[in-house]
Design a protein around this ligand. Structure first.
Ligand code: AMP
Ligand code: ZN
Length: 381
């Protein structure tokens, strides 16, 4: 049976060279490969190389699962080859790969390839939960010391919007989830409605809003979903689909008849309304779960939408009294990447002695709360 201490002995002294990790992420539309050098247990791993090939979906209006599957099948070989070459063809000791949640076709593109490498190299592999990658990545910068458990994370991406309380790498409680679509999806769809284009429309929308001083000259009626009413109180959930319907209702003439500054005004108000909804629900969850927040001093914001400066600023303003420490991954590690999968794999491997057995298949729906309750974990603890 494989154990960390047998495989990569460090003892009480720090080894000069400990182990190298190849990490793969293919849960959505990015084929990402990273090689990390875990030089020692007392310093953060060094990223030797990180490559990303994104499926171009700008004209398709969204990600088409079959196209994403094909993209990963085509890209995973060449991208991994390029990564290994640019790292000087190192010996890899551990393979980490996203196992779920996500589109099975996309996931299998990376997972099957990773299993093949693990077999060929006779090395262990870890099938990582994608959201665990987003959640743990801020800890990589200081080698797992900060944020300390327990901490709270708001994971805001194209596929998820969850508030998570983490007590360890493997113990997570979802405090708030979305009832319909994710915040990134909603921002992207709203942006598309008002003519913004690109692979990450919400990112382009943030740039567009900040390009020129704002003139708030198109007043809009926008919702704050799941608000209290006589038949429904204190719903601890997000809902982002109503913003798309509301935006359509606010368009009183063809888009081409709006001036650019009017479109900018609409984009700003949409973004504000969506972020305001997040703030409203966070306040509610904190108020109703006071005991769970005791001892929690760090707040992590991660996932692609976490790159948004306005959202960061709003959260610090609104929750500066609740949390001492706001943690953000570097901008390039907010959206999907393989480095976060490598780091989450390292944490699972080192702290919990977990690897994954070769029969593992993609897990399409995999709640973070059930991290260890899927088949094929191997624990040597
Ligand atoms: P992920 O699913 O974590 O890769 O994140 C992708 C999502 O993040 C997409 O919906 C992007 O449009 C969104 N996103 C990326 N950058 C930003 C930004 N600066 N502001 C708002 N949303 C963003
Ligand atoms: Zn993601």
């Amino acid at each position: 049976m494989f154990t960390l201490s047998k495989a990569f002995p460090v003892g009480h002294t720090v080894a000069k060279r400990w182990y190298k990790v190849l990490a793969i992420e293919t849960s959505c539309d990015d084929t990402c490969v990273a090689i990390l050098d875990r030089k020692s247990s007392i310093e953060p791993p060094r990223t030797i190389v990180h490559l990303k090939e994104t499926l171009n979906s700008a004209s398709a209006g969204g990600i088409i699962p079959t196209k994403a599957h094909l993209h990963h099948q085509q890209q995973i070989g060449p991208v991994t080859h390029r990564a290994l070459q640019s790292a000087g063809m190192p010996n890899i000791d551990l393979v980490c790969v996203t196992r779920g949640p996500g589109m099975p076709g996309s996931l299998s593109g990376g997972l099957d390839f990773a299993k093949g490498l693990a077999v060929a190299w006779k090395k262990p592999f870890v099938g990582v939960h994608h959201m665990l990658g987003h959640l743990l990545i801020p800890r990589m910068l200081n080698n797992g010391q900060n944020p300390r458990f327990p901490f709270v994370s708001l994971l805001v991406s194209g596929g998820h919007t969850v508030l998570v309380l983490s007590r360890s790498c493997v113990d997570h409680e979802i405090l708030c989830d979305t009832l319909d679509i994710a915040v990134g999806d909603s921002l992207d769809k709203c942006g598309r409605e008002i003519g913004i284009r690109g692979n990450m429309i919400a990112k382009e929308m943030e740039k567009f809003i900040n390009q020129e001083p704002l003139q708030l000259n198109v007043p809009m009626q926008l919702p704050n979903p799941l608000r209290n009413k006589s038949t429904r109180v204190d719903v601890q959930a997000f809902s982002f689909a109503p913003f798309i319907t509301a935006l359509k209702g606010n368009l009183t003439k063809p888009l081409s008849e709006y001036q650019v500054h009017e479109v900018r005004s609409m984009a700003y108000q949409m973004q504000e309304a969506i972020f305001h909804h997040i703030v409203t629900k966070l306040k509610l969850v904190i108020r109703l779960n006071k005991e769970k927040f005791e001892g929690v001093s760090s707040f992590v914001l991660s996932g692609g939408v976490g790159a948004n400066a306005r959202l960061r600023n709003l959260l610090e303003t609104e929750f500066g009294d609740t949390f001492d420490n706001f943690c953000y991954p570097p901008l390039e590690l907010c959206s999907d990447n393989a480095i976060m999968i490598g780091w989450a794999g390292i944490e699972l491997f080192e702290k919990h002695c977990l690897t994954t057995d070769l029969q593992a298949t993609p897990v399409r729906k995999w709640p973070l709360t059930h991290l260890l309750e899927v088949p094929c974990w191997d624990s040597t603890k």
